[in-house]
Design a protein around this ligand. Structure first.
Ligand SMILES: *[C@@H]1O[C@H](CO)[C@@H](O)[C@H](O)[C@H]1NC(C)=O
Ligand SMILES: *[C@@H]1O[C@H](CO)[C@@H](O)[C@H](O)[C@H]1NC(C)=O
Length: 202
């Protein structure tokens, strides 16, 4: 009886330990990275055409050595709250393994504390939405240990928009199909009118 209780306590303790070791939560991360992206607040970028220039570095107001476990940096495009509303598949969850805020990976690079810059062309498959950019510092086990982002903690400042490829091209395609159909019909119309004229004048 007593040994099974002890066993339970030990196994609970172990699972707590494992849980706290492996389930990284966003709220536990320090914002030690300074990240900036080129789009201005409210700017509209075209997917498949426009570029984003990113720069990131360690915020040196933190004690030196805070980045000793940082092995790599991964930068992602993240949905702003306005584009998450009523969309469960973009929901923010504190446990990072389940978080759906940042679904579009931009890059992963080995960590260096300064002089990082990268230009990314917005991929054609990025859906039209309002975004910000976030960077995670990862340790040697690829677990998130710190972050930086282009917006404030409430995700209200420096947001920008991406205009999707499909919406734009589909409407263009429809317009051009209509236009070609119209030109063919009118050409045929003129052709037959001319033929009839020629016949009747004989
Ligand atoms: C984006 O970058 C690509 C490749 O560097 C370049 O060809 C293109 O002109 C750039 N687009 C804009 C809108 O600046
Ligand atoms: C660097 O970190 C300090 C402390 O968290 C913060 O007050 C400051 O705004 C940060 N600097 C930048 C440029 O983000």
């Amino acid at each position: 009886m007593r040994s099974s209780a002890a066993c339970l306590v030990v196994s609970l303790w172990i699972s707590c330990l494992l849980g706290s070791t492996y389930a990284a939560t966003f709220s536990s991360l320090h914002r030690t990275l300074i990240l900036t992206a080129s789009p201005k607040a409210g700017q509209v970028l075209k997917a498949g055409e426009d570029n984003i220039t990113l720069t990131w570095s360690l915020n040196t107001t933190f004690a030196s050595g805070i980045d000793s476990t940082y092995k790599s940096v991964t930068v992602k495009l993240c949905y702003a709250p306005i584009s998450q509303k009523d969309r469960g598949w973009r929901k923010t969850v504190d446990e990072l393994a389940k978080d759906k805020t940042c679904q579009h990976k931009i890059l992963t690079k080995p960590y260096t504390s300064s002089n990082n810059t990268f230009t990314w062309s917005v991929r054609r498959d990025v859906p039209g939405a309002t975004y910000f950019v976030r960077a995670y510092a990862l340790d040697s086990a690829a677990k998130e240990v710190a972050f930086g982002q282009t917006t404030d903690s409430h995700k209200t400042t420096n947001l920008f928009e991406v205009e999707a490829v499909t919406g734009r091209h589909v409407s263009l395609d429809i317009a051009s199909v209509c236009f070609s159909a119209f030109s063919i019909v009118s050409l045929l119309g003129f052709f037959f009118m001319e033929k009839r004229k020629a016949k009747s004048s004989k």
